[in-house]
Design a protein around this ligand. Structure first.
Ligand SMILES: NC(=O)c1ccc[n+]([C@@H]2O[C@H](COP(=O)([O-])OP(=O)(O)OC[C@H]3O[C@@H](n4cnc5c(N)ncnc54)[C@H](O)[C@@H]3O)[C@@H](O)[C@H]2O)c1
Length: 452
């Protein structure tokens, strides 16, 4: 299906689908009377409200219309409705929202562990999908999404915003132009500072059945970047991972931070009530569903890793040497591509202190007196190193915008990125290398297929 069809596809469903498909069942006159794309937002936490609620309204209201908000927590839904200010109906039931409001596309910003339910149900009800990363958290849910996409023929886009910052686009361009030849290996090391990790541990991200561990929740971004840059699919993973400080490793524990008996001596004490926005959105609404935003970082349910190290072998023979060190006083990363003609390298602080990134190209012929070349790429304004607004322009303003670097991603990309994390978890549990083939029915390919 091409991009133009994506915009109009929901109006072209087969007659047989009309009875069960509320979106397709809209009359032609109803459809042609409006030009804006009808969107439903599912999951109104901080990400849904900020990135796809307020920003959409502020920047894209000439192109799209939010026709419904949905969240299983009615209190959070009320606060989100006020904060977004779209003035559209709100729903605690996805099915009811789609039947009453007939969105053409659902934006999925629920917890990672429920993405698959919303994606599959949304497609069944006739909607295209734009989903936050990670696509899902394990191989069984991934296969269910693959099957549903085949069955319902809808379009699913995974918002890999890490592909969009201008300096990463520049790296991709240089690699595609053959500047470093064929990539033989990649060194990719990401650090998260203590404060960031503490927030993960307090939230659902600390529990593997809710966020798939940081191997999936966080590293899906990194593995997708690697797959995209290397332009091949992962074949085998060998990994190590450890939890050293949080969860059961901690000296004491309480119910949640604000009510804990150990606040005076706990270095991680954080009072959510000091932040009015987070209190209203989360703490005030926990009685509805037991969602606790400030869980104890030493609770026994924490079963993720802080230290992650993996080697990934790609179907084209390239190796990825990867680490995610999530308990440091540094936030940022270093990536280097070793190719047959040279090496391309970038170091980036999580919170940039300068307005550009230096890409360092070291030709293989350095030993013949050629010096490294520094290519400066300016930061763009906006979230995630300037990537979010560029991605959103393509999603909402001009879906026909050319995509020469292949930045837009679909189900296959989403699956291949999470499967590296899934294989890493299995590798650690079984102390063995794990093959990607067999986790789902997708066979890793030497050349990554383009998403069209
Ligand atoms: N791309 C990025 O850079 C980026 C950044 C932040 C978050 N995210 C992703 O965005 C998503 C949301 O993150 P968040 O921090 O806002 O989480 P959150 O927990 O604050 O919000 C999720 C919301 O989903 C609701 N929910 C859960 N299951 C639901 C269901 N089945 N139907 C409807 N609502 C449901 C919860 O009640 C909650 O309000 C996550 O998948 C996260 O990984 C991506």
């Amino acid at each position: 299906m091409d991009r133009r069809k994506f915009i109009t596809s929901t109006g072209a469903a087969a007659a047989g689908a009309l009875l069960i498909n509320p979106v397709s069942a809209m009359t032609t006159s109803h459809r042609s009377a409006r030009a804006k794309k009808r969107l439903g937002l599912v999951g109104t936490g901080v990400r849904g409200i900020g990135m796809f609620g307020r920003d959409l309204l502020r920047n894209y209201s000439d192109y799209v219309e939010l026709v419904g908000l949905c969240d299983t927590n009615p209190g959070r839904l009320r606060v989100a409705d006020e904060a977004i200010g779209a003035g559209c109906p709100t729903f605690t039931s996805l099915e009811e929202m789609v039947r009453k409001q007939a969105p053409e596309t659902l934006i999925v910003t629920t917890e990672d562990s429920s993405h698959h339910e919303v994606i599959i149900k949304g497609m069944e009800l006739g909607c295209d999908i734009i989903t936050e990363k990670p696509l899902t958290i394990d191989e069984v849910k991934a296969q269910a999404i693959i099957d549903a996409e085949r069955k319902y023929g809808k379009r699913v886009i995974v918002t890999f915003n890490y592909r969009y910052p201008p300096y990463r686009a520049k790296m991709k361009e240089l690699i595609m132009e053959g500047m470093i030849g064929d990539i033989r290996s990649v060194d990719f090391h990401w650090n998260i500072h203590h404060g960031h990790l503490q927030q993960y541990m307090m939230r659902w991200h600390g529990e593997s059945n809710r966020g798939g561990t940081l191997w999936v929740h966080k590293s899906t971004h990194h593995f997708d970047m690697a797959n995209w840059f290397i332009n091949s699919e992962p074949a085998q993973v060998q990994a190590f991972g450890t939890l050293e400080r949080f969860g059961s490793k901690g000296p004491f524990r309480g119910k949640n931070c604000r009510n804990c008996a150990h606040t005076a001596k706990c270095q991680y004490y954080w009072n959510i009530n000091d932040n009015e926005w987070l209190r209203r959105l989360y703490a005030d609404n926990e009685h509805y569903d037991g969602y606790i935003r400030d869980n104890c970082v030493f609770r026994h349910q924490i079963d993720i890793h802080e230290k992650h190290s993996a080697i990934v072998k790609y179907a084209n023979g390239a190796y990825l040497n990867y680490s995610l060190t999530a308990d440091t006083d540094f936030d940022g990363y270093w990536i280097a591509f070793n190719g047959t003609k040279g090496r391309l390298e970038a170091r980036v602080l999580g919170y940039p202190r300068k307005d550009h990134v230096d890409l360092v190209f070291t030709p293989v012929s350095i030993y013949n007196n050629r010096s490294p070349e520094v290519i400066k790429v300016e930061f763009a304004r906006g979230g995630h190193w300037g990537g979010d607004p560029i991605m959103n322009d393509k999603l909402f303003k001009d879906p026909d915008m050319p995509d020469p670097l292949g930045q837009q991603a679909g189900v296959r990309d989403g699956v291949m990125s999470i499967l590296i994390g899934v294989a890493a978890r299995k590798s650690i549990a079984g102390s063995r290398p794990v093959n990607i083939a067999g986790l789902t029915d997708l066979e890793p390919m030497k050349v990554k297929p383009a998403f069209t």
